[in-house]
Every structure is written in C-alpha cells, then in structure tokens.
Design a protein around this ligand. Sequence first.
Ligand SMILES: Nc1ncnc2c1ncn2[C@@H]1O[C@H](COP(=O)(O)OP(=O)(O)OP(=O)(O)O)[C@@H](O)[C@H]1O
Ligand SMILES: [Mg+2]
Length: 290
Amino acid sequence: MSHRRLSADQLEVAFGHRRVLRGATLEVPRGQRLALLGANGSGKTTLLRTLAGAVRPGAGCVLVDDRPVNYDRAGLRAHRQVVQLVAQNPDDQLFAADVYRDVSFGPLNLGLPEAEVRKRVADALAVLSIEDLAERPIHELSYGQRKRVAIAGALAMEPCVMLLDEPTAGLDPQGVDEMVTALESLLQAHTTVVISTHEVDFALWWADSVAVLVDGTVRHGDPTALLGDAELVAAARLRQPMVLQAAARLGLAPGGITDVAGLVRALRPAQGDEVSPPRAPAGPAGRRVR
Ligand SMILES: Nc1ncnc2c1ncn2[C@@H]1O[C@H](COP(=O)(O)OP(=O)(O)OP(=O)(O)O)[C@@H](O)[C@H]1O
Ligand SMILES: [Mg+2]
C-alpha cells in the first residue's frame, strides 16, 4: 500500500506571530520506518498535521506523487485515503460508543458497501490484535487499548502512509513492545510508518531514518549519523542516545550500534550475540542491525 510518495516542500506554518515551520522540507521514504524527532514545542505535531492536510501551510506545499494537496472538500477526502494521522491522545480521536462503531466510521463515511466495511474493520482489529475488543464500550478501555483502537480506525481507511503522533507516549514497557509489534504489522502490509517522538534511544533502535526538527526546518537522514551529531542534537534541544554516548566514550565506531546488544557486540564481537537485549527501548532481539 506504500506506492504513493508523500513529501513536504518548504513548508511555512505560523500561529499568529509564532513561526513554527520555516521552510520544512521532507521526502517520506516509502514503506519504511521514519521517526520525527524534536523537543517539546519544536513543531512535530504541527508538521504531522500539515502532512495530513489538517493544517494548511502559509507557504510551501504537501505533495503526493509530486501533486500538491488540494484543500477543497474533495481534495482533502482524497488525501485522507492516502495519509492518515493518529493523534497523540486517543480521546481526541475516538468518539463512538463502542470499538466496532468507531473503527467502522471512516469506511462507512467513504460510502463503502457493508461487507467491505465489515472486512476492513475485522482486518484492522486483527492487525492491532484487538479483535476481542470489538463489542466493548470505548469508555471502559485502558489508555493503551484506546491508543490501539485509534490506530485501527486510521488503518481501516487503508492509507499508504500512517502518521502517528507519539504512539509510545504514556505506555508501559510491555505497551511499547506491543505498539512496536503493531507498527511492524503495518509495515508488513507495506504501509509507510511515520512516528513522532522525543525518545532518541527508541528512535535510534526503531527507525530506518530520522527527521530532526531544528528551528522549524527538517534534517533527514541516517539515525546513527544524525543522532550522533552533537551539534545537531544540541541545536534540536535533544540529547544523544545512551548507546552512542557510551560508544563514543569507549572509542568505538558508532556504525551498527543501535541498542545495548549492538554496543556489546561492538565491544566484544565474539560474545555480543550471547547477551540478551533489554526491553524497550531496545525491543525485540536483534531485529535492527545496520
Ligand atoms: N493551534 C495552535 N494555535 C496556536 N499555537 C499553536 C497551535 N498548535 C501549535 N501551536 C504552537 O506551535 C508550536 C509547536 O507546537 P507542536 O504541538 O507542533 O510541538 P510539538 O513538537 O508537537 O511539541 P510536544 O513535544 O510538546 O508535543 C508551539 O509553540 C505551540 O504552542
Ligand atoms: Mg506534539
């Protein structure tokens, strides 16, 4: 489903006199994991909302396959079938009485036949492993369950690109692991996955590439290169990932070190594979090796 190409060209977004995006340019790599990083207030949510068509830039444009988004009703409707945004707080998104009704809302709104709607809801609930929640009232669910339902609702629109605003925020370590598994299911279905976060350790481990927001502009590239760049990280008001800090102190080349297991492998190549990786932010063992 990741056949469409989403990009942003020289976006300018201001709220009153506050210029939040100042020429932000980004090409979202298709079918990959992209982590959007930045300090509080740096514009992560604003950039995601702009990419989703919810905020119209004052200048610059959002493009799908090099065609600028059209902000009339039909244009936005078409854009939402390509790009879906999942809000940080599920309660900003969920509004129906129960899970089935919430997840089916988007497909029903597209005017799809009942059988297709049922299939899309079933598929989305299965990807998020929440089939058992289908009949449950939303207000009874835990925060982590509501986050998954919100993602299922977006997924039922079968977008090419899923934008998730801080999907791991507020989740316990097991919740983070489950969220990572859910994101992997999206990727396996060839959906492009973009998340925002300020957790640099998680981003280094999880992402194929990172986009760092600095003064309203975007630096996009390899996670190790960008998050290992002390100047960039300071300018973005972030910090370097722990394993890169440790690698630097140990005099190790950072390539391939994306989690504790990678650090140990670099330190003791013969024994590294015997070390169990920690839980989040390292996640499932040995998945990411660069
Ligand atoms: N609708 C709005 N009206 C006015 N100002 C806004 C609006 N949305 C965002 N802002 C401002 O834009 C700036 C960027 O906000 P944004 O929510 O995009 O940051 P963020 O990187 O997502 O932060 P956080 O990590 O806290 O979620 C902030 O100064 C914020 O106050
Ligand atoms: Mg935000």
